[in-house]
Structures are given as structure tokens and as C-alpha cells.
Write a protein that binds this ligand. Structure first.
Ligand SMILES: O=C[C@H](O)COP(=O)(O)O
Length: 263
């Protein structure tokens, strides 16, 4: 089944108002004419307004303003009320955000987010009509202990066992081995493909149709030099990009590599 690739930039804790405007203007120029790949960016929520305005205003005839979707790096489970510091699905929708990252290993580690809590976020996003980008992946120690599949299965099961496989209709999974994030040491295409096939197979045990359509991105030191080879793999449907998403030319190379590989 042909799946449309998705390349998403996770800016993490980087940027400023000026940086947001400059990077998005650069992306719009670089991505002009791209039609065969979905593209999203997740700036810090602080800069969503700046990002939304820059995406909407275009001083040229480019078509890329329609190509780049807005996303967020996190969301909270509560909709409103006395929850200091939290961000709701409704607030994200207010800025036209669509793809929402949940379960990133940095939140699992630094904010002690559990599989169960992340499943609640997944449910909140589905209720709101937003697209969850569910990050899963094993640590280096887990990898060395041969636990990669067990860890990915456990992280997926938290959603599958509470919401059912249908919840993955229209959703995105990002396989991000923790040992590859920000290290410059990407998984090899064959290593990543093996885990992606496992993830798809795990969902297929519940529903083949859902497994066939779910987008599975790879994340972890993806850059303009290694992206094309990763995208040759049949179960790698795009990338969740950290560091290389902060430079328009590098990010554009990754998007165009996905477009070419999956045409
Ligand atoms: O969300 C993105 C990932 O954590 C990958 O980050 P990276 O491309 O800087 O390794």
C-alpha cells in the first residue's frame, strides 16, 4: 500500500521570534514545488503565533505555504481549568496545529512521562481531531540487552490496549532509538527497517488495514547525507528530524529525498 511520506521538524528548545520567521521563510523558499511529501514543523509553543503568521503570509508566488503544516512538541491531557503551565488541544487547534508529538524520549526521561500517561495524551488528541505523532524506542542498554522489540511493543500496547488499533487510523508513529537521538549515530537503514517492520507487524496483529496505512517515521540523527538511504526502506515512511530541521537547506534535502524515494 502506498503511504504518503511525512517529514517533521522537531525544533525542541531552540529558536526565537526572529529565528522562527527566518527559518520558515527559508523553508518556504526551499520547499516551493514539493508535492509528494507531507511536511510539518514543531516550533516551541511560545512561537506558534509567529509560525502561523509567517506560514500564512507570503510575499512571493510560492506554493509551499500550503505544504508546511504546523505541529507541537507536546500537549496536556486536560482541556481547561486550574492546570498551571499546561497546553490544551483546543489551544493548539487555535493556532491551526495538526501534528502533535507525544511520548518523546526527552519527555519520558526528563518529565517522567509513563506509557499510560502518554496513552491518555493520545486519546485527548484523537478526541480533538489532532494527529498524534507517538514516539517510541529503546535506550542503548535496552538495545544491547536485545529488548528493542519488547520495549516498542510495550509502548504501543499502552495505546492498543486502551484505545484499540483503530486509534492508529490517521496517526503517526515515530521510531526513535534513544541512542541515536542527537548523537550523530543514526540506526542503519537495515536496523531501522527491521524495527519498523516489527512495529507494523505488531499493529497488524490487531488490524492489517490499520497497520497498512499507519505512517512510521524514523528519528535519530537523520540528516541531509543519510536520509535518502533510510527512505529506500519499505517501512520507513518519513522522518522526525531534530538538529537538521533547524537549517532550511538541510531540512529541504531530507524532504525532497522522501518525496523522491516514495514517488
Ligand atoms: O524528535 C527528533 C528526534 O529526537 C531526533 O533528533 P536528532 O535528529 O537531533 O537526532
Amino acid at each position: 500500500m502506498a503511504r504518503r511520506p511525512l517529514v517533521m521538524g522537531n525544533w525542541k528548545l531552540n529558536g526565537s521570534k526572529a529565528f522562527t520567521k527566518e527559518l520558515i521563510e527559508g523553508l518556504k523558499r526551499e520547499l516551493d514545488g514539493v508535492t509528494g511529501c507531507d511536511v510539518a514543523i514543531a516550533p516551541p509553543v511560545m512561537y506558534l503565533a509567529e509560525a502561523e503568521a509567517t506560514l500564512a503570509s507570503c510575499g512571493c508566488d510560492c506554493t509551499s505555504k500550503n505544504v508546511i503544516a504546523l505541529g507541537s512538541q507536546n500537549v496536556d491531557v486536560n482541556v481547561s481549568g486550574a492546570f498551571t503551565g499546561d497546553i490544551s488541544t483546543a489551544m493548539l487547534k487555535d493556532f491551526d496545529a495538526k501534528y502533535i508529538i507525544i511520548g518523546h524520549s526527552e519527555r519520558r526521561t526528563y518529565h517522567k512521562e509513563s506509557d499510560e500517561f502518554i496513552a491518555k495524551k493520545f486519546a485527548a488528541l484523537k478526541d480533538a481531531g489532532l494527529v498524534p505523532v507517538l514516539c517510541i524506542g529503546e535506550t542503548e542498554a535496552e538495545n544491547e540487552a536485545g529488548q528493542t522489540e519488547a520495549v516498542c511493543a510495550r509502548q504501543l500496547d499502552a495505546v492498543l490496549n486502551t484505545l484499540g488499533a483503530e486509534a492508529f487510523n490517521g496517526a503517526v508513529i515515530a521510531y526513535e532509538p534513544v541512542w541515536a537521538i542527537g548523537t550523530g549515530k543514526s540506526a542503519t537503514p537495515a536496523q531501522a527497517q527491521a524495527v519498523h517492520a516489527f512495529i507494523r507487524g505488531h499493529i497488524a496483529k490487531h488490524s492489517q488495514a490499520v497497520a497498512d496505512q499507519v505512517i512510521i517515521q524514523y528519528g535519530g540523527s537523520v540528516n541531509d547525507a543519510n536520509a535518502a538511504e533510510l527512505f529506500t526502506q519499505p517501512d520507513i515512511d518519513g522522518a522526525l528530524v531534530g538538529g537538521a530541521s533547524l537549517k532550511a537547506p538541510a531540512f529541504a534535502v531530507i524532504v525532497k529525498a522522501a518525496e523522491k524515494a516514495k514517488e
